[in-house]
Design a protein around this ligand. Sequence first.
Ligand code: ADP
Ligand code: ZN
Ligand code: ZN
Length: 738
Amino acid sequence: MLIMNQRILSIALDVPLNRTFDYLSGDFTACVGNRVIVSFAGRSLVGVVLEIKQTSDYPIEKLKPVSHVFDDVVFDDLKLLKFCADYYHYPLGQALISTLPLRLRQLKPAVSRKAFAYQLVENVDTEQILSQIPTKKVLLHRIISALQALPIMASSDLFLISSSWKKAVIELKKLGLVEEHEVVAVQASIPSSCIEPTLNDEQASAIQSVLALTHTFKPWLLHGITGSGKTEVYIQILKKILSEKNAQALVLVPEINLTPQLEARFRSRLSQYPLVTLHSNLSESERLQNWLAASSGAAKIIIGTRLSVFTPMPHLKMIVMDEEHDGSYKQQDSMRYHARDVAMVRAKQLNIPIILGSATPSLETWFNATDSQNAKKQQYGLLSLKQRAVQQAKLPSIFCVDTAKSPTESGLSPLLIKALRERLARKEQSLLFINRRGYAPVLHCNACQWVSSCTRCSARLVVHLSQKRLKCHHCGHEQKIPLQCPSCGNADIRPVGHATQRLEQTLQHLLPSAKIARVDRDSMRNKDALTDLLTQVHHQQIDILVGTQMLAKGHDFPHLTLVGVIDTDNALHSPDFRASEKLFAQLMQVSGRAGRAEKAGEVLIQTAFPQHALFHALRSQDYVSYANELLQERNAMQFPPTSYFALLRAEANDYALTQQFLSKAGNLARELNTEVMIYDPIRPQMERLKGLERGQLLLQANNRLALQRLLKMWMPQVRELPMSAKIRWSLDIDPLEF
Ligand code: ADP
Ligand code: ZN
Ligand code: ZN
């Protein structure tokens, strides 16, 4: 019987079904983790082999053979993705395939561009073997003496010795003298002329603590203000970790922080270790090559954004997550994972340390590292850097400008204008932070109070004056700016409020001699625009930067001494329970742009609520007290991190459908359980989005396990609800907002 010899492959496919699929191995030899092509519902799909088994729940004669098995990529470890599929209640096949570079989701083999390096085999009596090689084989002798001088040589180095180096190396390999390694074709590293700074005591002790516990799972929180030398700490720790044979390290950063400067700093300081980056600005072929380099072990350092937390790395020895509080670590569609939590699980599975770094840690992390009642507290180590690393660099002075007492004109208070003029006169730079792009947030009719709103979303249409258009920033809808009020015909309709473009225009008016640059998603469309602009800023070709949070992060501006915050009062009173936490982090970060070199910095915050606790904490730069205060509030309200949320979101053309689905789902959950609090369906702040009526159902539990137990029983029932096919729904575990 032919079938006896067949192996059954359990395969994960990118289909929205929460199960795996059995196929026969056919004429192929497959391993767990291999990519395969199978025919599924009349289409050819890429899948990944999860298991090889002898039996199937299906009649074996009905199973189809796989169409192809690629030997190009092997996932060596599926534990992490299995955990995620379970925890986020997301189909494993979809989770797995979605972490692959696009090229690996296609029905073709992946071709990796390989590069090799050569070195002498250790512990071999080279001289003895060499003495047996006839002297007329000059090239062999020359290669050996070159390798004795230079411990490792790339193919390109050997080519310089002779164009027929390849044959000679094959012979030397046969003799057991030379070994070959696959390496990443590293971009030219910056010559390491950079000086290693002398660590201050806090840095030295942080490094010492981490290095004392390396081959074990250990989470660290590195809490230090901007400029306190956190990056320096990561670099020196990695240097040590990577000095072990084969070790790899993963450095996670928020998308916007992965600047060429940061990459260059790691490259130059760790120039002996091949480094690749993984982020959304790479071309598909770059992404593939970098991913392959990581998964083959050839790349030793991976700097990447959110998704790179899943990249296979066979020798991973340390994970660093910079700016761990950043919201961009949370995936907001498909599998809604949080890269911080995934990284933590990965470190635990691999039994390696993980460092979370931030000036303003997330309350989750702060709670884990400091709460004495908390079981995790025993695991987390807290490392603090309290001063700026560069001696002369002082903390900026932070003041509030009371806009109730000193009203703003065109968005700017007299005090802020005066401060801008002073900077101009001293040839120093200023940054104005306003978290709204466009010209003005809304168009308004004075006669009938009409405001421009989107028909598809519960949102205002933003005025983009230069293009003479109104745009919805949520669904992309746009239209021409009307000449008169669409409601009453009045011709006197005006943009109300301020956004980046209007502020830029106002400044040009007020300070005609100033060179002003705007930084937002509209002005920075082009991939290199931000880098070019930053170069101009460094060469002092710009006096004033106006921008959104794009400017807040990661950039070092030595000549910048003034930061003005235009209007954050909306965020101050937002219904989002994380609003204060986020605003505090954002303002600390943007304040950190001022005075990073010898020049003292000043931060002016325009607000009508200068007495707000958030500003008190900010003025004294006291994250710790503020975080503890917020934690108490969260605890009193039973909000995360002291309790756990899951959110079932739904949307449909008609709210009645959404509502019906959510109530049915809610009732099912209530029948299953008593431990988890199940709220009634409500509408989110943005009730309508892209033409769909939205609703959500909140589940709250005091412990994670109880919540997960319920979800495990509940989700299959929700999937089976007859209307679940008619509406769009998703489950968000540990939602960031609702
Ligand atoms: P962070 O990552 O906390 O913002 P960085 O590591 O970027 O801080 O350090 C801020 C600046 O201080 C950088 O220019 C860095 O080169 C410098 N620096 C860091 N540590 C030291 C040190 N021990 N002595 C002198 N300069 C340092
Ligand atoms: Zn009107
Ligand atoms: Zn819209």
